[in-house]
Design a protein around this ligand. Structure first.
Ligand SMILES: [Zn+2]
Length: 256
């Protein structure tokens, strides 16, 4: 279930892999997204197992659109939360998820969850100030400033020293893109410059994310970055031509 998991003082952070769930192929097995294609009941069960494993009841997700929008999860937001809310309108009688690509909170025992399958999940925490955030940083979001927006939201809520975790994503050798797209990324965020094993233009999302985190003064940065496309135990949109599930990054404030 967990690719890796950390428990520094007052914070929990984790990245999941695709094991330990109930979804059937091609979403086997711990799929936490793609409710338009997978059986929502299976995804709901996967989230139930995840909540049980981390010991945090409230897991919050958002409708990710590759934006740089940050959603603050406060008591008002959580007032309607119940098990299954992670799926939004995929379950009958539930409202749609709110659109955002980063979540931030100061509330304890609320796990912020971003879903990915090649994009970079980035977790942020200032344990002392009691502020955490999770961001979905694909090419568009990363270049659009989603990490800067997430860090800025945390600082508005009192964060001063932000540590970060960079999770599994497609690597620079595998993430081949058209010339113009590569040039655009390299110009806007030079650290993303990469070439594939075949020598064609590529984008290194992880290097780009780490470069952004350094610029934003976030440290230390813990890297957990196996390549999704090259790791069978991880979902990869590119490798599986879109027919795959979603793993996640999770961060939460513990009560002590
Ligand atoms: Zn790779």
């Amino acid at each position: 279930m967990f690719l890796e998991r950390w428990s520094p003082a007052r914070v929990g952070a984790a990245f999941t892999d695709r094991t330990g769930g109930v979804s059937l192929p091609p979403y086997e097995s711990l799929n936490l997204g793609k409710t338009d294609a997978d059986d929502p009941a299976a995804v709901a069960e996967n989230f139930a197992r995840l909540r049980e494993a981390i010991g945090v009841e409230r897991v919050v997700t958002c409708w990710q659109t590759h934006s740089s929008d940050v959603l603050e999860v406060d008591e008002d937001f959580l007032s309607g939360w119940r098990p299954g809310s992670e799926l939004g309108a995929a379950l009958p009688g539930q409202a749609s998820l709110r659109k955002a690509d980063a979540l931030v909170t100061t509330l304890p025992r609320v796990a912020l969850c971003v879903r990915v399958a090649d994009c970079v999940p980035v977790l942020l925490a200032d344990a002392e100030a009691g502020v955490v955030a999770a961001a979905h940083a694909g090419r568009v979001g990363l270049l659009g400033g989603v990490l800067e927006a997430a860090a800025a939201s945390m600082r508005r809520l009192g964060a001063t020293r932000i540590q970060a975790w960079v999770g599994p994503h497609i690597c620079g050798r595998c993430y081949e893109v058209p010339n113009a797209m590569a040039e655009d990324a390299w110009t806007r965020l030079p650290a993303t410059r990469a070439v594939t094993a075949a020598g064609t233009p590529a984008i290194d999302l992880g290097a780009g994310a780490r470069s952004e985190l350094e610029r934003l003064g976030c440290s230390p940065v813990t890297s957990c970055e196996p390549c999704t496309a090259e790791t069978a135990s991880l979902f990869s949109h590119r490798r599986d031509a879109g027919s795959t599930g979603r793993q996640c990054g999770l961060v939460w404030l513990a009560t002590s």
